[in-house]
Design a protein around this ligand. Structure first.
Ligand code: NAP
Length: 240
């Protein structure tokens, strides 16, 4: 049986690397994107070129009604997803006294709202399968805090609490729910951070690659991770 795999925010960066890493003969990879259709299609083309199945799926994880409509229709047609990686995320940094309502709301609605908006329509179909893997992308900012990122750290900390709670709810159903907390990873999101800051703050002295995050996600989505649930795995070059 083909397993349906959803990776949100997979048009570039960490999500694109996860989509490529999860591709396999018995899997159909669904590449979610919000705005960059051509980038999402390029990821699908790359996967298909390796002989695996991939399609793009448009929705905005912060739009509750939009997620419900697309994902319920998907579940109706395909019976739901076997693997879900909630990766889509944004930053909108500002020192807290100067933070705008929109900066707070958009970051909360994407990371924490996205958790609810994507998983709420998809959990019941996954329970019916009695097997599943859910991986939620958080950040070491959730564990340490970060200047200028009260919104982002709060949203990502919320994702950790939600991950641990859902893991307990689904543990008896063969569904593992875990979170991955990257440190500094080389993507568009982190390109404004100076190499000096990264050298000073990361014990390994370098940023991580998207493939290094994808490897860990791949393990958590595998059969081999069947006794791992409710965990937060740092992929941070030694920032603990
Ligand atoms: P990125 O390069 O900025 O890519 C973000 C992806 O998310 C894009 O594909 C974007 O798609 C998608 N996205 C954003 N908002 C969305 C929405 N509302 N609905 C659907 N898709 C949406 O970011 P990244 O560095 O790969 O980060 C991926 C995840 O890792 C995020 O959750 C981020 O918080 C987390 N993380 C990253 C780092 C890092 O150093 N890079 C560190 C810790 C955690 P469109 O372009 O189509 O909008």
């Amino acid at each position: 049986m083909t397993k349906h795999v959803l990776v949100t925010g997979a048009s570039r960066g960490i999500g694109a690397a996860i989509a490529c890493r999860l591709a396999a003969a018995d899997r159909h990879i669904w590449i979610n994107y919000r705005s960059s259709e051509s980038d999402a299609e390029s990821v699908a083309v790359e996967i298909r070129a390796r002989g695996f199945e991939a399609s793009i799926l448009h929705f905005d994880v912060s739009d509750r009604a939009g997620c419900k409509s697309v994902l319920e229709a998907f579940a109706e047609e395909y019976g739901g997803f076997d693997v879900i990686v909630n990766n889509a995320g944004i930053t909108a940094d500002a020192p807290f006294p100067g933070m705008e309502d929109e900066q707070w709301d958009s970051v909360m609605q994407t990371s924490l709202g996205g958790f609810y908006n994507v998983l709420r329509p998809l959990v019941m179909p996954m329970i019916r399968k009695r097997w599943g893997r859910i991986v939620n992308m958080t950040s070491i900012a959730a564990l340490h805090g970060n200047r200028g990122q009260t919104n982002y750290a709060a949203a990502k900390a919320g994702v950790i609490g939600a991950t641990k709670s859902l893991a307990r709810e689904l543990a008896s159903r063969g569904i593992c729910v875990n979170a991955v907390a990257p440190g500094f990873i080389d993507t568009e999101m982190s390109e404004h951070i100076s190499r000096d800051i990264i050298r000073q703050s990361v014990p390994m002295g370098r940023a991580g690659s998207v493939q290094e995050v994808a490897e860990v996600v791949s393990f958590l989505c595998s059969d081999g991770a069947s006794y791992v649930t409710g965990e937060v795995i740092n992929v941070s070059g030694g920032i603990i």
